[in-house]
Design a protein around this ligand. Structure first.
Ligand code: SAH
Ligand code: SF4
Ligand code: F3S
Length: 478
């Protein structure tokens, strides 16, 4: 097993030559449009790609028609995500016809699969370059060569367990929140999942590098930081023996400043009671760095038989023990989960066991997915694939159950005052602002735009399954 190959300083320096050597600056006066699919890990990668592009002289645009460079950062977790990215890429063919100088590149998880790489190479002649997830630090060089040598470039290497420190990052900090990746890759090989094949082996960043980045963000006024990794509980930097995720959280909470720390994702086989103790000891408080009272703990299935077939390495009894411990130590905790419906061989009994878990645990919210066959994963060749109609019907039934539970849980807040960070203008009503509590509940309220990036106290007046409504008040919050 490859553990970690930190990238040599020389390689990063070589990439900086493409970014800062004035004779190589190719983006001057040009615009870049970046389109991101998938999870927060991809969002964080896009911020780095944009950071590198800006160092090469490009300016960001939200309009693909005025861009000289279009970058599509793709996801492969479900078929739908891939089809969407491919259709978007197809659509940009017309942009190229109108603007022959346009450069189009694809990166991310979808193109980190060999079969997709050859598809793009052979069937999408207007795509100029492709970069796999583990090689995004080579973007400056690949882009430079594509333009100057007028040649298509396709690079992926999923065995490269690389950590590229020091790359420029271009973040939009206006909402007061930021992502910080603490580790990359995944070693778990859940039988349905493509991620370990497209993101390489698990590798953790040095704690000093993580703490340094967080300090900089705090100095820039950031108030909410989400630590990212496919399985943050297995954070294990090579540079510091016996140092784990709970130690990193403890050290982050010792930094001066005021902010809320979120993290995702946790794997139930590795989430520990010690981690929950660290959360309980460091709640979000005024004037301090504290840990969000939110826990996202993917269950995937409520059937022990299915969990085994998924290679998840825990059972429902262990899972429930963690949940009960969380609720005992942090009574106001918000708990969310991921569920897959229709995994191969899932019987009506297995599915009902998942519904029973939802009824027993009463999650605040769930992210539910219909099982999607991923080529190259063990589950794709399992017998008893579930027909689409059955998967669809089970999915609907589960969503209906959870919608009721989420509504009831949000309704419990009506009449209470909560503290929340104002993130921006509401996407559904531009007269309202959107705020988020430390436990990740979304609130819409009327307020001045100058409040964006600030904490406010809001009295909750009404609730729906996924959003609460209220008004700003001054005084005590719960
Ligand atoms: N590393 C994270 C999740 C990564 S993918 C974790 O382990 O929790 C996010 C979610 O997508 C997963 O939790 C799972 O519920 C879902 N997912 C992954 N592969 C899938 C597939 N083939 N079909 C449907 N959903 C899938
Ligand atoms: Fe996929 Fe499992 Fe890794 Fe999560 S832990 S990324 S579900 S293989
Ligand atoms: Fe994320 Fe999709 Fe890749 S969920 S890790 S962008 S496959």
């Amino acid at each position: 097993m490859i553990n970690e190959v930190s990238l040599s300083k020389e390689e990063i320096k070589r990439q900086f030559d493409y970014m800062s050597d004035i004779s190589k600056i190719i983006g001057h006066g040009k615009k870049i449009f970046v389109q991101t699919f998938g999870c927060q890990q991809n969002e964080a990668d896009s911020e780095k790609l944009l950071g590198m592009a800006e160092k090469m002289g490009y300016e960001k645009t939200n309009d693909p028609n005025e861009a000289s460079l279009i970058l599509i950062n793709t996801c492969a977790v479900r078929e739908h995500a891939e089809l969407k990215a491919l259709s978007i890429a197809g659509g940009y063919k017309h942009c190229k016809e109108k603007n022959p100088g346009l450069i189009i590149g694809i990166c991310g998880c979808m193109v980190s699969q060999e079969h997709r790489k050859s598809d793009i190479k052979n069937k999408y002649p207007y795509i100029d370059f492709l970069i796999g997830t583990t090689l995004i630090h080579r973007f400056p060089e690949i882009l430079y060569k594509t333009i100057t040598e007028k040649k298509r470039n396709f690079v992926i290497d999923n065995s490269a367990a690389i950590i590229a420190e020091g790359l420029p990052v271009s973040r939009d900090l206006s909402s007061g929140s930021a992502y910080v990746s603490i580790m990359y890759g995944c070693n778990n090989f859940c039988t349905y999942c493509i991620v370990p094949y497209v993101r390489g082996r698990e590798r953790s960043r040095d704690p000093e590098a993580v703490l340094g980045e967080i300090k900089e963000l705090l100095n820039s006024g950031v108030k909410e930081i989400t630590l990212l990794g496919q399985n943050v509980n297995s954070y294990r930097p090579l540079s510091k023996a016996q140092y784990g995720f709970k130690d990193l959280l403890t050290d982050i909470c010792k930094l001066p400043g005021e902010a809320i720390i979120h993290f995702m994702t946790s794997h139930p086989k590795d989430a520990s009671k010690e981690l929950i103790d660290v959360m309980a000891k460091n709640p979000p408080e005024k004037g301090k760095i504290g840990i969000s009272s939110r826990f996202h703990l993917p269950l995937q299935s409520g059937s022990d038989r299915v969990l085994k077939a998924m290679n998840r390495h825990y059972d429902t009894a262990h899972y429930k023990e963690l949940i009960y411990y969380m609720r005992e130590r942090i009574p106001d905790i918000t708990i969310t989960t991921d569920i897959i419906v229709g995994f191969p061989g899932e019987s009506e009994k297995d599915f009902n066991e998942t519904l029973d878990m939802l009824k027993e645990i009463r999650y605040d919210n769930i992210y539910s997915f219909i099982y999607s066959k991923r080529s190259g994963t063990p589950a794709a060749v399992m017998e008893n694939q579930i027909p689409d109609e059955i998967k669809g019907a089970r999915f609907q039934k589960m969503v209906a159950l959870q919608t009721e539970i989420s509504k009831e849980k949000n309704f419990e807040f009506v009449g209470k005052t909560v503290r929340a960070l104002v993130e921006g203008i509401s996407k559904t009503d531009d007269k309202k602002l959107t705020a988020r509590t430390a436990s990740n509940r979304v609130i819409h309220f009327e307020g001045d735009r100058s409040l964006i990036g600030e904490y406010v106290n809001i009295l909750i007046e009404n609730a729906e399954p996924h959003v609460m409504y209220g008004r700003q008040v001054y005084g005590k919050y719960i």
